[in-house]
Ligand binder design. Structure first.
Ligand code: H2U
Ligand code: ZN
Length: 342
């Protein structure tokens, strides 16, 4: 559709307003700075580099691959006592238990996922799998959120390649929406929503960015952010714990390929928030759930112009100009060799 339209997000039940004719509007607003690309391999002032002292005073080991530690400023605590306040229907609060961890992806301060070797990325996925299983198996943990903030523009506090895990008792809101939609779809069709969605996308081809034997990266039909993407497994997989060794290699491969394309978009280290959504760890089977990874990059038309989710978007509805199909085509055409290696 070339005229303004609303698209339905079958995964969340929300709508997105698409205005393709508007993509050429002028921009005289804020421009973002470009981060310094010349980083040292080891930075003595970095809280996450091997051997350095962290902000909380603890010392990092001389780790050779990945390194995980309890977040020194955890938003959730595992010893929070149970407490709830419900005065009436208007003032409701409940205590929340959880565990927050930080994962360093590499000992190298200057690397990011798209610049790492596939074997090194596999070690990150290995650790995600271990952490998911360890945290998810605990009685009081019903949801494990693995995520990465990349780039200062996304609020990332440190350029050292790292991600986080927040595990908690409740199902967070963004995930809850997907629980409801996947559950309803499964009850009606008896197949997972995202598996059906992927097979239709593979037929249409117009939103596929890159694929390998086990995974597909695509721009979802309902994408909100200009270059939003999603990585989907080709077979039914409820959570990262179910990935075989071979599938972990393919996961590393597609994660790397997608982020290389991102970096090649504007020849910069492309910022985003990314994270894995998977079935709740509530001890139940979740055949309706298909694990997937979301990428939400903030940039719009250049390395320095970001998409602002303000005004109409804050008050009414998410909106985009460039269509998901146009974004997918752009991403598809970008090289699979990182610009620094070209
Ligand atoms: P970002 O992923 O948004 O950059 O956040 C990094 C996290 O690392 C942040 O939650 C933690 C912060 O609390 N951190 C430590 O636990 N120890 C430190 O020494 C520095 C940062
Ligand atoms: Zn560092």
């Amino acid at each position: 559709m070339e005229y303004p339209h609303r698209r339905y997000n079958a995964l969340t039940g929300e709508w997105i307003l698409v205005s393709p004719h508007r993509a050429t509007r002028p921009w005289q607003g804020q421009q973002e700075g470009i981060a310094d690309e010349n980083k040292p391999q080891h930075d003595k002032n970095c809280y996450l580099c091997p051997g350095n002292e962290r902000a909380g005073g603890q010392k990092n080991p001389d780790y050779a691959n990945t390194f995980v530690f309890k977040n020194d400023f955890s938003a959730l605590l595992n010893d929070t006592p149970e407490e709830s306040a419900e005065e009436n229907d208007l003032f409701i609060a409940k205590s929340e238990k959880g565990i927050c961890r930080v994962i360093c992806f590499s000992p190298r301060h200057d690397l990011t996922i798209p610049e790492m070797e596939i074997e090194a990325i596999e070690k990150v996925i290995d650790l995600w799998q271990k952490e998911f299983t360890d945290l998810g198996n605990r009685d009081f943990i019903n949801h494990v959120q693995i995520f990465e903030n990349k780039g200062a523009i996304m609020g990332c506090s440190n350029p050292h390649p790292h991600g986080q895990i927040w595990a908690q008792s409740s199902i967070p809101d963004e995930v809850q929406k997907e629980c409801i939609m996947q559950d309803a779809y499964f009850k009606k069709h008896e197949t997972p929503l995202l598996l059906d969605y992927l097979s239709k996308e593979l037929q249409k081809e117009e939103r596929i960015v890159v694929e390998n034997d086990s995974f597909v990266a695509l721009v979802p039909y309902w994408a909100t952010w200009p270059f939003e993407t999603m990585i989907l497994p080709k077979r039914a997989i409820q959570n990262i714990g179910e990935l075989s060794d071979g599938e972990k290699t393919y996961f590393a491969d597609i994660y790397r390929k997608l982020t290389i394309k991102y970096d090649n978009m504007f020849n910069i280290s492309f910022p985003y928030s990314a994270g894995i959504h998977q079935a709740p760890t509530d001890g139940k089977d979740h055949p309706e759930w298909q694990m997937h990874m979301h990428f939400y990059p903030p940039l719009l038309r250049s390395a320095t112009v970001k998409k602002f989710m303000v005004g109409y978007e804050m008050l009414a509805n998410a909106q985009r100009d460039i269509t998901a199909e146009q974004s997918a085509q752009k991403l598809r055409e970008l090289a699979l060799i990182h610009y620094k290696q070209q």
